[in-house]
Design a protein around this ligand. Structure first.
Ligand SMILES: [Fe+2]
Length: 298
């Protein structure tokens, strides 16, 4: 059983038009748009689906309003999909869709799905290569892939959530801070994290989705463009400590936030998970207003 990456996110959105405009401005190519919403598809093949929050076909989410309704994980092959189906069917309902994808719920109640990666799909560093990927002359970000997602849960749920993802879905623990949450990566990924559960919350909810761009310049170009289009930054530009990635967060009308990120730590089988009594901190550095007033007026 090998899960490779986040393959697709399905949002249920109250203001669909606004949600579509947001992801267009974020820099994702829209491949389909109609009465039911829109689909964005990245160079990596990963996709973002925007649907009306009222769409009865979407799984319910623990949090209300505009939010993530389902995260679909891409798996290595048909055998992996079958193994996941058999594992989850031991203690929960697993639904198979018309294309063979699987759908269930995780231990926190979030809807999760699984489907095989399409053949020839580039993952991780290969997808983020600078080959044939020049700067956009319009000075916008053009994210190459979806790197990770983050959920909020109550602290007392973390053990059962970790057991579910680590033992049953074979995610790997990279870092765990006992006061803030756990960073995990898919078995088929070397990213510091593809999944983070943040534990300082009373109720389960979606936190953010992170999109990789090539470097700090593209983060700044992308964020400045977002601000010029009227979207609100949710953080200054900075570099995280756990994961080391450069970041800039924005509030997403589809639910939660999105993050432009670049230059994340990569971990292989030699990495020993770290457990921190206390989180070493949100950021190695962040630009302050005095450093870059036009960037941080948020
Ligand atoms: Fe993130």
């Amino acid at each position: 059983m090998k899960i490779m990456r986040v393959e697709s996110l399905v949002y249920g959105v109250e203001d669909v038009e606004s949600g579509i405009r947001y992801y267009e401005d974020w820099g994702l190519p829209c491949v389909e748009r109609g009465a039911l919403g829109a689909e964005f598809r990245m160079p990596s093949g990963q996709s973002i689906l925007i649907r009306p929050a009222s769409d009865a076909a979407l799984p319910a989410a623990p949090d209300g309003g505009s939010t993530l309704r389902e995260a679909i994980w891409g798996v290595e092959d048909a055998a992996s999909l079958e193994a996941i189906g058999a594992e989850l069917a031991r203690d929960r309902e697993v639904r198979t869709d018309s294309r063979g994808g699987l759908h269930a719920r995780d231990e926190a109640g979030f809807a999760i799905g699984f489907r095989p990666l399409s053949k020839g799909t580039k993952t991780d560093a290969a997808a983020a290569s600078r080959m044939n990927h020049p700067f956009d002359p319009e000075r916008r970000a053009r994210p190459t892939r979806l790197g990770h997602i983050v959920y909020n849960i109550p602290e007392q749920w973390i053990e059962k959530v970790l057991a579910f993802y680590l033992e049953r879905l074979k995610f790997r623990l990279t870092d765990r801070a006992l006061d803030t949450g756990a960073f995990m990566r898919c078995a088929g990924s070397t990213d510091h994290h593809n999944l983070f559960f943040a534990t300082r919350y009373d109720r389960p909810s979606f936190n953010h989705a992170a999109f990789e761009v090539r470097d700090i310049d593209e983060i700044i170009l992308g964020g400045k463009y977002m601000k010029s289009r009227g979207w609100q930054a949710n953080s200054p530009v900075g570099r995280h400590i756990l994961g080391s990635n450069l970041f800039w967060y924005f509030n997403n009308p589809c639910g939660g936030r999105t993050e432009y990120f670049a230059d994340m730590d990569q971990m292989d089988d030699n990495w020993k998970p770290r457990v921190w009594e206390k989180n070493p901190g949100f950021a190695m550095w962040m630009l302050e207003k005095a450093d870059a007033p036009e960037l941080t007026r948020i």
